[in-house]
Design a protein around this ligand. Structure first.
Ligand code: FAD
Length: 288
């Protein structure tokens, strides 16, 4: 199908983009277009104007900045996957980026677009929630820094306010003794996560100092499995502790999503099995 008619603008600065968004009621930001354009073709979205932020300088790139990584909103998935800085200080994110869709999707889709779209089956949101990342947005009232855990509110719904544009994502970098992994059961056609689990463990002298476990794909927005995290805190990270933590994962998944491909019950089962595998791998990586 063809999209409805729309106007197209390609601003050179963020200020220009913000002014266009304000001027054109019903306008939408266009980044990689890999979620918005299919929705427009299906007439699930019919914006009156598209504000293409793809050529705005300073919105793309990856930089190590002290205790975190700065990733510009229009950075494409392929660049995150290949970045030496991401692979060194946050390998779990590079790993997740490399599993998104296919080569074409990874070469066009952006991290800012993925978080703003908030697809329940997307990969970044789950990983960013597990990493305690921060989403930076700029709008009519200035800049806001929103913790990932408070950003993804519901199905395709975020904490972004009207007129706000995601400008970057800040990722805390792991130190010695930190290991992370993203495990996904992807849909065979699109690779979207039927269930995705991100686990980050910090292990010192064999004991768990910090455990972070997030599940995506099973619910409208990614959830932290806090009971599972709490069950590991301070414990020796061994098979028994991991097994018992994984059993707590189901408690975090209320009203699981269900569709023709996977029932809610199956998604909860997958999350439990995948959490165990993720924690095992994260523990191995944390031990070095
Ligand atoms: P766009 O499509 O341009 O925009 C998406 C939405 O976000 C729009 O509402 C737009 O207005 C808004 N937006 C974009 N950028 C900003 C910004 N900076 N600030 C505010 N709002 C903004 N994703 C996965 O995670 N895993 C997969 O396995 C996967 N498989 C895919 C397979 C296919 C065949 C396709 C087509 C897509 C797949 N995707 C998958 C989605 C892909 O990752 C998209 O790139 C991503 O969801 C959206 O990024 P985009 O840059 O293309 O955003």
């Amino acid at each position: 199908m063809y999209p409805d008619q729309f106007e197209y603008f390609r601003p050179k600065t963020l200020a220009e983009a913000a002014a266009l968004l304000k001027k054109h009621k019903g306008a939408r930001v266009l980044a990689g277009g890999h979620s918005l354009l299919p929705a427009m073709k299906l007439r699930l979205a019919s914006p009156k104007a598209l504000i293409d932020i793809g050529r705005i300088k300073g919105l793309s790139g990856i930089q190590a900045r002290g205790t975190h990584l700065w990733i510009g909103a229009t950075t494409v998935h392929a660049d995150v996957a290949a970045s030496p800085a991401v692979r060194k200080s946050c390998p779990v994110l590079a790993e997740a980026a490399g599993e998104i869709g296919d080569l074409q999707v990874r070469n066009r889709g952006t991290i800012g677009g993925s978080v703003a779209h908030a697809d329940p089956a997307a990969d970044y949101p789950t990983v960013l929630v597990a990493l305690d990342a921060t989403i930076v947005a700029k709008g009519p009232k200035g800049e806001r820094k929103i913790p990932a855990g408070k950003f993804f509110l519901d199905l395709f719904t975020t904490a972004l306010k009207p007129g706000e544009i995601v400008t970057s994502v800040l990722i805390p970098t792991g130190g010695k003794g930190v290991g992370g992994v993203y495990v996904k059961h992807g849909h065979p056609a699109s690779a979207y996560a039927v269930v995705g689990v991100a686990a980050i463990l910090e292990v010192k002298n064999g004991n768990c100092v910090r455990a972070s476990l997030a599940v995506g794909g099973a619910t409208p927005n990614p959830v932290r499995a806090s009971k599972a995290e709490a069950s590991l805190a301070g414990k020796r990270v061994d098979d028994a502790a991991i097994e018992s933590a994984a059993r707590e994962v189901g408690a975090a998944i209320r009203d699981p999503l269900s569709d023709g491909y996977a029932s809610g019950e199956f998604r909860v089962h997958l999350a439990t099995v995948m959490a165990k595998r993720a924690l095992q791998t994260a523990a191995e990586r944390a031990r070095g």
